[in-house]
Write a protein that binds this ligand. Structure first.
Ligand code: OFO
Length: 162
C-alpha cells in the first residue's frame, strides 16, 4: 500500500521515463537522418531501456494496489546541430532524472515508506550508471573534436551496443 502522494509522484515519474524514451527516440531519428547509424542505434536502445524503467514503476504501483494515471508526454525537439550537443543534452537530462529519483526517495523516507524507498534503490544505482555512460561519450566526442575519422570510430563502437 502506498500513500496518495507517493502514488502521484510515481505516476509523474512514469511520465518522465516515457519522456526520456521519447527524447532519445527523437535523437535516434536525427542521428539516423545524418547517417550516424551507430549513434542512432545506441540511442534507440537507450530509448527502449527508458521504456523498461517506466514499466518497472508501472508494475510497482500496481503491485502496491495504487492507481495508474498516465499523463501527457511533451514533444521532444527534432533537430540538433552536432552529436556532441546531443550527448551533452542527454547527460544533462540524466542528471535531471537523478534529481527526480532522489526527490522520490526523499518522499518515501519522509513518509516512512520503506518498501518504496527500497524499490527506488534500483533507480538510484541505474542513474549513476546512466550519468557515467553519457559523460563518457561526451568526453570521447570532445577528444575527437572535428576529426571525421574519430567520429566514425565512435559511431562504430556505439553501433555494437546490444
Ligand atoms: Fe535514463 O534512466 Fe530512466 O530515465
Amino acid at each position: 500500500m502506498i500513500s496518495d502522494k507517493m502514488e502521484k509522484a510515481l505516476n509523474d515519474q512514469i511520465k518522465e521515463e516515457y519522456f526520456s524514451s521519447y527524447l532519445y527516440l527523437a535523437m535516434s531519428a536525427h542521428l539516423k537522418a545524418v547517417n550516424l547509424d551507430g549513434f542512432a542505434h545506441w540511442m534507440k536502445i537507450q530509448s527502449q531501456e527508458e521504456m523498461t524503467h517506466a514499466l518497472k514503476l508501472f508494475d510497482y504501483v500496481n503491485e502496491q494496489q495504487g492507481k495508474i494515471v498516465l499523463e501527457g508526454i511533451g514533444k521532444p525537439p527534432s533537430e540538433w546541430n552536432a552529436p556532441l550537443t546531443i550527448f551533452e543534452e542527454a547527460y544533462k537530462h540524466e542528471q535531471k532524472i537523478s534529481g527526480l529519483i532522489n526527490r522520490l526517495v526523499d518522499l518515501a523516507i519522509a513518509e516512512k515508506d520503506h518498501a518504496t524507498a527500497g524499490f527506488l534503490q534500483w533507480f538510484v544505482k541505474e542513474q549513476v550508471e546512466e550519468e557515467a555512460t553519457a559523460a563518457d561519450i561526451v568526453h570521447k566526442l570532445k577528444m575527437v573534436g572535428d576529426s571525421n575519422q574519430g567520429l566514425f570510430m565512435i559511431d562504430r563502437f556505439l553501433g555494437e551496443r546490444k
